[in-house]
Write a protein that binds this ligand. Structure first.
Ligand SMILES: [Zn+2]
Length: 234
């Protein structure tokens, strides 16, 4: 019982910690051995669930409608937004859902796979945002590098939103021509499993469309007819 309470305390501490501190722990290879067995069993049933046509289609190539940039956080996954992500979502993941630390991957999805939606997803209780808001000079150098690019943020949900808006702005500069020509829509959203935005726990809240952050303008941008372009059908 005590151990349970202690574990609950540890979990609570990890959720509220302003830095990555508290997430430090050693893994256990015996846990890993058990987990890989589970993984293989799940893969076997996945294999059975899908027919040969499904895999043949995947093998023939990919035409993902969206390039999605999310945080690496284990609480954030595509099943909250797409029932069949295979072949449809080009996934880019890093700490803090950033353009800067995965620029090549984002460029590949948008420029070479021709995704017409670039979806950038932050999330509540983001450890990277918490860490970036404080002193992270004691962390490993590569981690420091990936936190520096987040810039100045607060460690709460406002910081998460600021970061998403900054990432949409970065994408807006990078892909300005594509956005102007109606080839690309850049959307910033927050997956709020903690209900920090008071819109409902687990909701994906869109907070930015092509740089627009005003709710009425977002609604208008989402319903507006995309700009005419000469490459329709691509
Ligand atoms: Zn995160």
């Amino acid at each position: 019982m005590l151990k349970k309470q202690f574990t609950a305390l540890l979990i609570a501490a990890a959720f509220t910690a302003p830095t990555f501190a508290g997430e430090h722990a050693h893994g256990d290879a015996t846990v890993a051995q058990g987990f890989i067995k589970e993984i293989l069993a799940v893969n076997t049933s996945y294999d059975k669930l899908h027919n040969a046509k499904f895999f043949k289609e995947l093998a023939s190539g990919q035409h993902p409608r969206a390039t999605v940039v999310t945080c690496s956080d284990s609480r954030v996954h595509t099943n909250m937004l797409d029932k069949t992500p295979e072949g449809d979502l080009f996934m880019v993941r890093n700490i803090g859902n950033q353009i800067a630390t995965s620029k090549g991957s984002v460029q590949y999805g948008v420029n070479h796979l021709a995704s017409s939606l670039l979806l950038i997803i932050g999330h509540s209780k983001c450890g990277a945002i918490g860490a970036a808001s404080g002193d992270f000079s004691k962390l490993e150098t590569p981690i420091q590098a990936e936190l520096t690019t987040i810039g100045k943020v607060t460690g709460d949900i406002e910081g998460v939103k600021t970061n998403v808006n900054n990432q949409v702005a970065a994408a807006g500069s990078e892909f300005a021509d594509k956005i102007k020509d109606g080839h690309l829509l850049v959307i910033g959203a927050v997956y709020d499993f903690a209900d920090d935005m008071k819109m409902g726990a687990g909701k994906l809240n869109i907070i930015n469309v092509n740089g627009q952050t005003d709710a009425a303008k977002i609604a208008a941008a989402l319903s507006a007819k995309p700009a005419a372009n000469e490459h329709k059908g691509h």
